[in-house]
Write a protein that binds this ligand. Sequence first.
Ligand code: SF4
Length: 337
Amino acid sequence: MKTKCVTFSKNVFIPVTNVCRNACDYCGFRARRLEDAYIIQKKEFLTLVKTKGAATEALFTAGEKPELSNHPLSSFFKKNMLYSGYSSLLEYTKELCKLAIKHGLLPHCNLGVLGKEELKELREGNASMGLMLETTAAELEAHENSPGKNPKERLKTIAEAGELKIPFTTGLLIGIGEEKEDCIRSLEAIKSLHGKYGHIQEVIIQPFIPKPFTAMWNKKPPSFEELKEVVRVAREILPEEVAIQVPPNLTSPLELIELGASDLGGISEKTIDYINPESPWPGEEELRKIVAPFELRERLPIYPGFVKKGWYSEEIRPLIEWYADEEGFRLRRSDGT
Ligand code: SF4
């Protein structure tokens, strides 16, 4: 019998900005004070992508719609963008995606809720895109000050990505105040959108981890048993072609793989996990040992099934053809490239 294969990818993690219109109670990423606000500068970005090592993916993460709030941090963001010659996060990120491609990286953007026109603008320069649904539970205390966490808005973005045939990553954040039934409803909602558009490549099951200086610093993270139960239910609900991803720097993957998880997400040799900076990623060899006896296999930010279906643009075709093997996984050449 063929051993089940567990996949992962290699990325360069690029935090475009930590300015965000939302204020989620568990978030340790967003800037709260002007002195902590950050926008990656082009020079810094180029240094990162030029030293990409074996990575194939440029993972762009940013606060959501940083232009759209009355907070002084929004003025900081807008002034900085104008000074650099860009009108918005979208325009700037599009430019960074082009540069990433030029330097041999396949972009994957996660910029929060986006409209269809915005998704369309990013599509050509992205191998895949992502937006955590987190939960369909409305009116969670943790999301009281986060208009972008309205589940209807998030489901709309995920649906519109499907209409545009964008290979898509979404996921659930476990332990932020939702009930077990909410997890089931969230998974059913994802299943239904995938049934309509066929574009969901993976669903991340991510545990909430308390961060210092946040409103939820003293809340307990979900237990491993709770996490196992969500993975088990997710495997039952989601169709087989949708992978379940569990982050290896936030949990112990082996038991979750036995329950149906089959992907470990992206790891980076060069950059940290800016969302969970206290949790370093294991290296590839460590991952291989962690998942044994399962086979570890590297993929691209676009899953093999979508590579084979040709769900990518002409702009990134040369990179996909260079990086992918005949099955759509990462090709390993004898010279290590
Ligand atoms: S939307 Fe994301 S970046 Fe913004 S506050 Fe919430 S978790 Fe943080």
